[in-house]
Ligand binder design. Structure first.
Ligand code: MN
Length: 242
């Protein structure tokens, strides 16, 4: 069986030099029938991002640390998690190349922020900078436990995949999408106005979510649909034209 090959981006270990990947991403993709391939970020791979993505059928931009605001034209203010400049450069390059080839992209947590910044959008450096008082977006409850609602925007690809008007999600972010990139639409919002999902309606499959569906799917089969839809789109992308 030909499983679509999905590139999954990685983080850095905090204790000593190591790359790491959340098992939940791999597990969620494998259950949906995709082969997850972790891609480390180094100056060497940054230079070869275009070549690397050509060998893939889809891109999963994983969660992780904050994006350096220099990428959307701001100085850092407030609190920040440590920047990972190589990861920023690598993911932005992967994302732009994937988009130029209309490869399916599923962007999760930090991933939605990378996707938005790569395509010209901006971020709130902290949820407290939003106009309305923010909900709790950095939950301390277990990762599989959803803690706030999102309203899913009718008519979007996300609404079609999930088949609901609202759902409850987990939340592990302190930054969030501010101005949505041109051509993208909001596909889910929290009650405090936080943009929780975006998508490109013209793309084959380009969806970013601010929550972590890979951690929800272990307890809630409802979330398998998102990974299956992504994998199906990757399978179509893989098929040679004509
Ligand atoms: Mn949230």
């Amino acid at each position: 069986m030909n499983a679509p090959i999905v590139a999954v981006t990685m983080g850095l270990g905090s204790d000593r030099p190591r790359f790491r990947i959340g098992q939940a991403y791999v597990s969620a993709l494998e259950h949906a029938g995709a082969l997850a391939i972790p891609l480390p970020h180094t100056p060497f791979t940054i230079e070869r991002a275009e070549t690397l993505i050509e060998t893939m059928d889809g891109l999963l931009l994983a969660g992780g640390t904050d994006v350096d605001p220099v990428w959307y034209g701001e100085e850092p203010h407030g609190r920040h998690k440590p920047f990972d400049p190589d990861r920023d450069a690598f993911e932005l390059a992967l994302c732009r190349t994937a988009r130029s080839r209309d490869l399916p992209i599923l962007a999760i947590c930090r991933g939605i922020q990378v996707l938005n910044v790569a395509t010209g959008g901006t971020l709130y450096q902290d949820v407290s900078e939003q106009p309305a008082p923010a909900l709790l977006h950095e939950q301390t409850a277990p990762r599989w436990h959803p803690t706030h609602d999102v309203a899913v925007v009718p008519g979007t690809a996300l609404a079609e995949i999930l088949g609901v008007e609202s759902c409850r999600v987990n939340s592990f972010h302190h930054q969030t999408v501010r101005e949505i990139a041109a051509g993208f639409v909001c596909s889910a919002k929290a009650s405090d106005g936080t943009i929780e999902a975006i998508e490109d309606p013209r793309a084959r499959f380009t969806i970013g979510v601010q929550w972590h569906p890979e951690d929800l799917v272990q307890r809630s089969p409802f979330w398998t649909g998102l990974f299956e839809a992504f994998t199906a789109a990757c399978g179509v992308a893989r098929r040679p034209a004509g």
